[in-house]
Write a protein that binds this ligand. Sequence first.
Ligand code: SAM
Length: 239
Amino acid sequence: MIAKPDWMLDELSSAGRENLDADHVGRYDSKMDADATNEVALMHSLGLDAASTLVEFGAGTGQFTLAAAATGAKVVAVDVSPVMLDALRRKVAGGSFDNVHIVEAGFLTYDAPPGTADFVYSRLALHHLADFWKVTALQRVHELLAPGGVFRLWDVVYDFEPADTAERLEAWCATGAQVPAGTAVHESWGRWEIAEHVRDEHSTYRWLLDTMIERVGFRIEHVEQPDSVTARYVLRRIR
Ligand SMILES: C[S@@+](CC[C@H](N)C(=O)[O-])C[C@H]1O[C@@H](n2cnc3c(N)ncnc32)[C@H](O)[C@@H]1O
């Protein structure tokens, strides 16, 4: 990690309560399918191969990391949560990968020479940073990528009008299992977990995020918005 000025956010403080909770991390893979096979196929179609260097921010338990490593690419899995990284280390130790590098750091602190990544991948992690810090994170990803490099960004992003916010968020929370707050939910998410995301994390409006992305020098090549709370971007460093 690089030396941190005293005004810099401590990323662990916004890493998400659940991501530092060993019980949650232990059930993460049963709750969440990262669609890694399709995501790696997409990255492959964008040029990912055994000669590539890919950095993943917020790698978590490593569903995408390990699928990407199977291509032979050098994969750097970055995450602020030591609990998540322990889970990933156990998987790597149980496999035969020598091309996975695990780094305990975050968007704001991962230290690598500029222009040394061909691809950056991040799924469901950027929303842990408030909008001001998202811009810094995007700027750092931009610098890390070689010119023309690709950033695949998938996150919870709100695609609705401000006037519709309460209605849309209530509809999203209603998709969660109706169990008392704090109850462990396997294979899906409780309403209380979705409400916690909205309340305590930093998902933002798509029109704000698009502006941040373009402002730091990315071109938005493609966006999928499968529902009103998800955006999957393909971004390219153009300057
Ligand atoms: C919801 S999990 C997603 C894990 C994985 N990407 C997936 O799609 O299954 C969010 C991950 O982001 C990590 N995270 C939170 N804040 C971060 C930051 N500032 N920099 C990097 N990773 C962060 C958490 O520790 C956690 O592992």
